[in-house]
Design a protein around this ligand. Structure first.
Ligand code: NAP
Length: 300
């Protein structure tokens, strides 16, 4: 009797935080026929030892992608981090999609962001929106993963806030349902295994959206810190971030995040994580407790 082979799943960005973790989760679950696509196969040789096939995938080399995607039933396109060269990320994602269509990949998954529709103040939104639209118009079967802000983003900004005791913000009472990258990875792995709905969008979010004051209160409770919120205008925030030593290219992006938060554009809550995985996403309190030491580092 013939047994159905398991679908071949290829995950791009396999050496990045999210791609690697999605692959590890699937391998730990005993899923077979997995491909790790990355610019740097050497960095994921451990995944090959666990059973994944390695393929070189670089969206900046469009000519190589069709072959890389050949024989793939389900493809997770992880959005790249090329956000500083205008137009580069759009070209990269388009090249990945074109190659996937040429290679007749059965199902596409793509990592997007909350509310990318225009108008958006977020410089990264147009790339995501265009890619969503292109996928929806061309793919036979797809899942768009609109990932909320990672809780890990707070690991970059909060140690300095904890140290100084002052959190400058123009986000007012806007809210973000932070989600740990681990929960995004768990839900993404589950979404890759599920093809019961041919056209689907998942908002992968934490269970509760918190405003800056609530996050500060929570941090003070968990870390014993004394963070005070300092409400400022967007211009004042920009000046304060520049004075704090933040690289110039990051300052407008950080301010845009506060504006987007203030406008409620991150405030999307869904139960997609629990529906996909069967277990709820980690709360921000749990995330803080788990990374207590990292949050209390000097912030240097
Ligand atoms: N929701 C959020 O808060 C949030 C925060 C940060 C980032 N993101 C987005 O989510 C993505 C995954 O997050 P992460 O934490 O895994 O980021 P990360 O660790 O910084 O990884 C960056 C990813 O971009 C891939 N990449 C870069 N250039 C590429 C190219 N030319 N062709 C193909 N892939 C390329 C890398 O793949 P290889 O190096 O393996 O080739 C890697 O997977 C990021 O790239 C970014 O678009 C979201």
């Amino acid at each position: 009797m013939m047994t159905a082979r398991s679908p071949r799943i290829l995950i791009t960005g396999a050496s990045g935080h999210l791609g690697r973790r999605v692959l590890e989760i699937l391998l730990e679950q005993g899923v077979t026929n997995l491909c790790a696509g990355t610019r740097t196969p050497d960095k994921v040789s451990d995944l090959a030892a666990m059973g994944a096939e390695l393929r070189r995938v670089d969206f900046d080399e469009p000519g190589s992608l069709r072959k890389a995607f050949e024989g793939t039933d389900r493809l997770l396109i992880i959005s790249t981090d090329a956000i500083f060269v205008p137009g580069q990320r759009r070209r990269q994602h388009r090249a990945a999609l074109d190659a996937a269509l040429e290679a007749r990949v059965g199902r596409l998954l793509y990592t997007s962001m909350p509310n990318p529709e225009p108008p958006s103040v977020m410089p990264i939104a147009p790339d995501h929106y265009e890619m969503e639209q292109a996928i929806e118009q061309s793919a036979r079967s797809f899942a768009i993963l609109r990932n909320s802000w990672y809780a890990e983003n707070l690991l970059r900004s909060m140690p300095a806030v904890i140290k100084s005791g002052r959190w400058y913000t123009s986000a007012a009472d806007g809210r973000i349902p932070y989600i740990s990258r681990e929960d995004v990875a768990r839900a993404t792995a589950a979404a890759l295994l599920d093809d019961s709905t041919s056209h689907v969008r998942y908002d992968l979010t934490g269970a509760r959206a918190l405003c800056t004051q609530e996050i500060a209160t929570l941090a003070n409770d968990v870390f014993g810190s004394r963070i005070e919120i300092v409400p400022v205008s967007d211009d004042e925030l920009s000046a304060q971030l520049a004075a704090s030593g933040m690289p110039a290219a990051w300052v407008p992006r950080r301010v845009a995040t506060d504006v987007n938060t203030r406008r409620g554009k991150f405030d999307v809550i869904s139960d997609a994580v629990i529906r996909l995985t069967g277990s709820p996403p980690q709360t921000l309190r749990e995330f803080f407790a788990m990374h207590c030491q990292a949050f209390q580092n000097s912030g240097a």
